[in-house]
Write a protein that binds this ligand. Structure first.
Ligand code: HEM
Length: 211
């Protein structure tokens, strides 16, 4: 049976899904280990990583792995996240999106403007996190930065991490809120009804391509 007859459309390859979930797991471990290093009240989280010393050792390596896996997502998806005129129209009707009156919202391609904003905010925050993180990685690069630069890096790192945690919460909430979205990243496919409702322009293109 063709995808069109089954009314199911491919959205993510297996490679993209493995890349996404590897990144998501690493990012959650990064947030938990980072929080444990941030404040005594959350130090108990370091037990998850074998105690304080192990957490301090592991966290920067997780940062490298998180950056590389995000880079994989960036390369895969950047072309679908470029801003265009449709996105201005979507932003203009944001009140209809929030009130669930999606039939009043202009047709959307693979991603809507909200998803694109999340994509770019994540990208910027990850650049800030990796650069400030390297400046703070004394066991590797102590001599490359001054004390003042390390102080600045500590503030940037904590602020960007808070931003990343909040952005990921928004991302997960949106994925669950828009029913039928999570299966895109678990099974790799979506129903025609979901695509018609939320990404009609993308559906038209896919219906022609996946026939
Ligand atoms: C941990 C729970 C997470 C869940 C349940 C989740 C769920 C999803 C789902 C369902 C999609 C597909 C959306 C669609 O096709 O319309 C998606 C896409 C995506 N996710 Fe996640 N995600 C999670 C964590 C993360 C994390 C931690 C990151 C990165 C920091 C991330 C980055 C992305 C990116 C870049 C995309 C592609 C969207 C785009 O390019 O605009 N996700 N996610």
């Amino acid at each position: 049976m063709s995808a069109r007859e089954a009314n199911i459309y491919d959205r993510y390859t297996a490679g993209a899904r493995v890349n996404h979930w590897a990144n998501a797991i690493i990012m959650i471990c990064l947030a938990l280990s980072g929080l444990s290093l941030f404040h005594p009240a959350t130090f108990f989280l370091s037990d998850l990583f074998g105690g304080g010393q192990w957490t301090r050792i592991i966290h920067p390596w997780l940062g490298i792995a998180g950056t590389l896996t995000f880079l994989g997502l960036f390369v895969r998806f950047v072309r679908f996240n470029l801003w265009n005129r449709d996105d201005n129209a979507w932003m203009g009707s944001i009140r209809h999106v929030l009130s669930g009156e999606e039939e009043k919202v202009p047709e959307v391609g693979k991603y809507n403007a909200g998803q694109k904003i999340v994509f770019w905010v994540l990208s910027i925050l990850i650049v800030l996190l990796i650069t400030s993180g390297l400046a703070l990685w004394d066991s590797m690069f102590r001599e490359y930065t001054t004390i003042d630069q390390k102080r600045l890096a500590a503030v940037v790192h904590a602020a960007a991490a808070l931003g990343l945690i909040m952005t990921v919460i928004v991302h997960v909430y949106a994925a669950i809120w828009v029913r039928g979205t999570v299966r895109a990243m678990t099974r790799g496919s979506v129903t025609g009804g979901w695509a018609w409702r939320h990404h009609r322009k993308w559906l038209r293109e896919e219906a022609a391509r996946q026939r």
